[in-house]
Write a protein that binds this ligand. Structure first.
Ligand SMILES: [Zn+2]
Length: 283
């Protein structure tokens, strides 16, 4: 299992971002890995709390280990937005690469204290920690809020990170989870300001719906991990929907051929992002 911190530090030095892609099952996991292998890109596979609860930590870990064995590219396994310490305990014990401890629902003092505890626990097991203490707007798999409740200055963010020892930082950058219904006000300058205060890799959430130029502006400003979730869900479900419409028209019901269609659609969506993030050929 690759180190999330090593992958993102390399990316920051070399001027690209590592695609960090949420998967839902073995089918989407294998499609995302295939896209990264094809492009020779480093990769971070992300699992939401909802998904790890539905599949189970042990099965998720085993599927990941078997699906990424001997693929010839570095792949990390990361727990996405997790405010629940018991789930973090589980994946640290299972030896995942990293966790996002999402303390954005706590006040600053509590967020800092709990993040420091999670960092100490994770580091003792060789696990990296992404820290989120500001809200990233939008609800993703049942976690999050549509209202920005907690926001701080970049100086505060850098100081808290220094005290907690968190490895990666997920600040509010104007993006949101889910589909955009209005054009977002993006904040690449905030990345530049934060990157001037800390060398910790900076993570962009809510990547689905941004243009190639938006991604480039964020990467040039210092973002080295970009999260993609909604694009996988929509390509997965729309290809399934198209397949089922055809199956109904022909009255021909063959699940493996639907899996092939879904896999091709997810792989194509991720390949586009790998191109945009500049990570092709970096594995
Ligand atoms: Zn997120």
């Amino acid at each position: 299992m690759a180190s999330t911190l090593t992958l993102t530090r390399n990316a920051r030095e070399r001027g690209y971002a590592v695609p960090a892609v949420n998967v839902l099952d073995d089918l989407s996991l294998r499609a995302v890995v295939a896209a990264a292998v094809e492009a020779r890109s480093p990769l971070i596979i992300q699992i939401s709390v909802k998904t790890v609860r539905s599949i189970g930590t042990e099965l998720t870990t085993t599927i990941f280990r078997l699906a990424t064995r001997d693929v010839g590219i570095p792949v990390a396994l990361h727990l996405d937005h997790c405010p629940d310490r018991s789930v973090i305990d589980d994946v640290i014990a299972a030896g995942w690469s990293s966790v996002l401890f999402d303390a954005s629902d706590r006040d600053l003092a509590t967020a800092e204290r709990e993040t420091a505890e999670v960092v100490a626990q994770a580091h003792a097991a060789g696990v990296d920690v992404e820290s989120e203490i500001e809200n990233i707007v939008g609800v993703e798999d049942g976690v999050g809020s549509d209202v920005a409740l907690h926001g701080y200055s970049v100086e505060e963010l850098a100081a808290v990170a220094e005290r907690t020892g968190a490895d990666l930082l997920a600040p509010q950058l104007g993006t949101a989870h889910g589909e955009y219904h209005a054009a977002p006000v993006l904040l690449p300058q905030r990345v530049r300001d934060l990157a001037a205060l800390t060398d910790r890799p900076i993570v962009l959430h809510g990547g689905t719906g941004l243009s190639a130029a938006d991604f480039r502006a964020f990467i040039d400003a210092g973002v080295s991990k970009i999260n993609i979730s909604t694009a996988v869900k929509t390509s997965y479900m729309r290809s399934a929907e198209a397949h089922l419409a055809q199956a109904r028209a022909k009255d021909k019901w063959d699940p493996p051929s639907m899996f092939r269609d879904i896999s091709a659609a997810v792989q194509a969506a991720v390949a586009t992002h790998i191109d945009e993030f500049g990570s092709a050929g970096q594995a």
